[in-house]
Structures are given as structure tokens and as C-alpha cells.
Design a protein around this ligand. Sequence first.
Ligand code: PBG
Length: 333
Amino acid sequence: MTLAERGTRSSFVRTRRTRGSEALRSLVRETRLDPASFVYPLFVVHGRGQRQPIASLPGQLRLSVDQLAAEAAELRALGVRAVLMFGVPATKDARGSEAYDDTGIVQQAARAMKAAAPDLAVIADVCLCEYTDHGHCGVLTALGEVDNDPSLELLARMSVSMARAGVDVVAPSDMMDGRVGAIRAALDAEGHPSLPIMAYSAKYASAFYGPFREAAHSTPAFGDRRGYQMDPPNVREALREVAADAAEGADIVMVKPALAYLDVIRAVRESTPLPLAAYNVSGEYAMLKAAAANGWLDERAATLETLTAIRRAGADIIITYHAKEAAHWLSER
Ligand code: PBG
């Protein structure tokens, strides 16, 4: 056989050549996980010595403020550098007053966290649903509809209060129109022009938030959130949301949930140069935990594969309840 004939015969593509060993696979690997891109969600409650398990989120706890220094130390040891804080208030009312009270639960928690661990980034979720007695993300009209423009003022007040408490980022998750601009204007006017906004830009009305609502006691008392959160079938609309938030001054944009929305993450990645976060939400976490508890999935492999997929789709930042265990597994590799 001539060399030319041999060349023809061996010229079909052999992609397996670079899969033969872990050393080669890791050389050609296109996506890597790094705990520095994880954000760990934290639920904070009033009281002392509180470490309340959350039934719908196995392994996650509601913590009181005195528990946060130890939590920060654990996160630092694992290489996780950012937390996203949600509050469970002492009292709820129609206008969500504790949300913008300087002594509110997240404000207390942020002060304690920044004192204990100044190098950990504290991101405050900005939304009224945990704080309103009706459980909606804004204030209501007389007819019981979520009233966009009057809600903006309260979200802006909440953001300024969080800034005063020393948070590093505010993250509006309410899905009111114009809130990024309203928050930016308020922060600038109150002396916080350098505080970044991470906007939950493409946040869908998803069934995968169920476990979170149990954790944060934020289930709407009536109706649902479809009048303000996005309709799951839409992707072009996500690009409009991102463009609007970018124009209003968002510094980081977000897609939420992550796993059933990898196509949205990819589309947003290609439409904006802004840093992109994806929220691997409570229902996504709970599904894996439930399957693992039944012995139906290899938990470690399935979790790392899931997080890798979110990065591969184009997310820079992953907000995930798996942050601590994933960081631990990555350190073992
Ligand atoms: C508040 C908020 C929600 C989540 C994050 N911020 C719940 C909701 O919109 O009902 C969900 C997070 C998760 O499911 O992990 N608006």
C-alpha cells in the first residue's frame, strides 16, 4: 500500500485520540469549574443560635446573625467568595416595611458578615415578596394587582438601606419594569455611585422556585407571579429584558432558572458583553438531592456535570445551593 493510500484510509476523523487519558482530556477541556465563580445563597432569620433545617432544601439552613462568622470562615476555606442574602423578617405588612428598615434582618446580617469577613462579597437580594403579608414582589392596587411604579420607590429605598448596611452588590429580583434605573438613581443620589447592580433580568415564572418559597416563607397568598415574571416559552423577550436593564445601568445580568433555560443563557451570552450570572434555583437543587437520596443518581458526578453545563452555556457566575459541596469536590480532584 502506498503512503497516499494509507493516508486516505486513516484520514477519517478520530476524535477519540484526545480522550485516551485524563491528562489529555484535561488539556483539551473547554470549560472548567472554579469555586470563585460560585455564589452561595443564605437565608437569615431573627433570633440567636438558629440553625433551622429547610425540609425542601436538604442540607440548607436558615441561620441567625450570630452564626454568620462561622459560615464565612467555612466559605473562605472552600474558596467561595460571595453570598446572596435573603431575609425572613420578624413581621410582614402590605408594604414590606422591614425590607427598607435599616435594622431589618438582612441589614443586620450584612453588617455582621462584613465585620467578620470583609473580603467576602455580600450580595443583597432586593425584592418585597419575603416582607409583604400578601407575598407579592411589589405593592398592590385597590384591585389586588401588583402596582409597578409605586413599587419602584420601595425597591429603591430597600437598595439604599442595603448599601448603608455595607453590602457589595444589590440584586433586584422583583421583575418590575424600570427598577434598575430607579435603584441606580437612588444609589447615586444617596452617595453610592460605585455600588454595582446585579439584575435578575430574565427571571421566569417558574415552577422550580417551590422549595425556595418554603425556605423564605414567600409563597404568594393569592394568585401567582405571571403578571410580572417572564413567560417560560419566550427567549427573544429575555434579550429585551437584558437590553433594558443594561441601558438602565445594570452591571451584571442574570438568567433564572438555569437548567431548563440553558438556551436562554446562551442567547443572552451572545447578546451582551456584560458579566452573566445564572441562578441554579431551589427546585433544580431539590431534584438532584431527591434522586441522590434514592440512590438513582451519582450525586457528585451529576452535580458537577450540571454546574459545568451552566458554565458551558455561557454563565460567568453560578448562584447555587451546591456551592459548598461542589467546591469541596473540586478541591479533591
Ligand atoms: C424573590 C426570589 C425568588 C427566588 C429568588 N428570589 C422566589 C420567587 O420569585 O418566587 C427563587 C430562588 C430559588 O428558587 O432558588 N422574588
